[in-house]
Design a protein around this ligand. Structure first.
Ligand code: SAM
Length: 441
């Protein structure tokens, strides 16, 4: 059967995108943005799907490739190995017809200017169809690099198998409904897919199937936004008991929590949103244009307030700190390839620096919510405990945004952890800190 030109092109581009992540350390979002420029827009969903599935099953696919090749490919042939991985991912994790998956993947060698590998790619994919090796070893079985598995096992001795299983799933789509115009239950009735609510997450809906945002009623008008259910806890948690003081969102981009804070704090709230990445800060502006919120956006390093703070304290501070993102691996399967074990201590150091630098900006009696989308103690309760030990006017507040969320959380030495997969949520950590009204002697 003749392979379709566009089908061949998208396999070649999928292999290049996977290779850009694996060999050049690019994020999947960046690699896909490049690949999508070369592929017809009708093929973008399949291109994305192939890249996501290839990276999601990376360690298993590599073990299978090792079992299927009579001798390993040379390092310089990494792109061919990635093309084979794309082919195997299609055979195992997509609904693409096997004959099309094989023929179009084999043809892609020509577009990659590596025609001498056509026979090898064909032989490996056909051998897979006959023998279907599973891939041996812990990394292959769990689809995680060893360092990550070991960290999960050390931090979560009982829960790690469930975390690994959740990381290997596809992430569901969650929506956040603006308070007021329409309640989530009524909104759900008008959707083309079933949508469920979770006790304690009052504005959240979890969709059975993801929908394109332009098919979501009210999306362009800002009454509905896409945001994981766990991420939706930050704004009500921070704003509980809020008066009318200033709010700081210290690491704001792309602005999901900024928009939510403004929806809950009301039109008179004065909010400053900071991010050190100018391009990402632009996304906060786009988010607020759509949702109708108003904030002062500042491109700056949050850990150097002397460069941007006017000296007027904040009543509330959200520190959604840059982290390993180990709680959102199912949304970003490239994280497992891009992160290294040594990154974690470096991130923890930056997180403690940020927390310490922002604390003086909090008004007496004010609240700071420290949030990460990590599941590692080193970035979460260890950071917060160290901070609390050195800061006499700081204490953890025994407060949850509502009683129903207790069932979603694991209590840590300090703060609370939601593990990925709990009620289909992302993994998030929260610690709610208050500043003494009178500075202790
Ligand atoms: C976890 S994301 C924030 C997500 C955001 N709060 C939301 O809900 O959409 C962390 C953000 O911190 C920003 N960041 C990293 N280092 C920073 C720094 N030193 N100062 C300010 N922002 C920083 C990153 O650019 C990134 O956008």
């Amino acid at each position: 059967m003749a392979a379709s030109k566009s089908g061949v092109l998208l396999r070649a581009e999928a292999a290049k995108a996977v290779n850009a992540v694996r060999s050049n350390g690019r994020s999947l979002d960046e690699a896909l943005a490049t690949a999508e420029q070369r592929v017809a827009s009708a093929d973008h969903p399949l291109l994305r799907h192939l890249c996501y599935e290839t990276l999601r099953h990376h360690w298993q696919l590599r073990a299978q490739i090792a079992a299927l090749l009579s001798k390993p490919l040379a390092r310089r042939d990494a792109l061919i190995e990635d093309l084979i991985a794309v082919g195997l991912a299609q055979l195992q994790h997509t609904r693409v017809a096997p004959h099309a998956a094989v023929s179009q993947t084999v043809e892609a060698v020509r577009l990659l200017r590596l025609p001498k590998f056509a026979g090898l790619v064909n032989a490996v994919l056909r051998r897979y169809q006959r023998e279907t090796p599973v891939g041996e070893g812990d990394e292959a079985q769990c689809n995680h690099p060893l360092w990550l598995l070991q960290r999960l096992q050390a931090d979560w001795p009982e829960q790690w198998p469930a975390i690994v299983a959740a990381n290997n799933e596809r992430a569901p789509m969650w929506l956040r409904l603006k308070p007021g115009p329409i309640d989530p239950e009524t909104y759900a009735v008008g959707l083309d897919t079933p949508a469920g609510m979770t006790p304690g997450l009052d504005s959240a809906l979890c969709l059975a199937e993801a929908l394109p945002v332009d098919e979501l009623p009210g999306f362009s008008a800002g009454t509905v936004s896409v945001q994981d259910g766990a991420a939706q806890l930050a704004a009500p948690w921070l704003l509980d008991g809020y008066g009318n003081g200033r709010i700081l969102d210290a690491c704001a981009a792309p602005g999901g929590k900024t928009a939510h804070l403004l929806e809950l704090a009301g039109p008179n709230a004065v909010l400053t949103a900071i991010d050190s990445d100018a391009a990402r800060l632009e996304r906060v502006r786009e988010t607020l244009d759509r949702t109708g919120g108003n904030a002062t956006l500042v491109c700056a390093d949050a850990s150097k307030p002397e460069a941007w703070w006017d000296g007027v304290p904040f009543e509330r501070i959200l520190l959604d700190a840059p982290c390993s993102a180990s709680g959102v691996i199912r949304r970003h399967p490239d994280i497992r390839l891009l992160r290294r074990d040594s990154d974690i201590e470096a991130l923890a150091g930056r997180q403690l620096d940020m927390l310490s630098a922002l604390w003086p900006l909090l008004a007496p009696g004010g609240r700071l919510l420290y949030v990460t989308c990590s599941v590692f103690a080193a970035e979460n309760d260890v950071v917060v405990s160290k901070f609390l030990m050195g800061q006499a006017d700081a204490q953890e507040e025994a407060l949850l945004p509502n009683n129903n969320v207790r069932a979603l959380m694991c209590r840590k030495v300090a703060g609370w952890q939601i593990l990925p997969g709990t009620e289909r949520l992302d993994g998030f950590y929260f610690a709610c800190l208050t500043k003494a009204s009178v500075t202790p002697e």
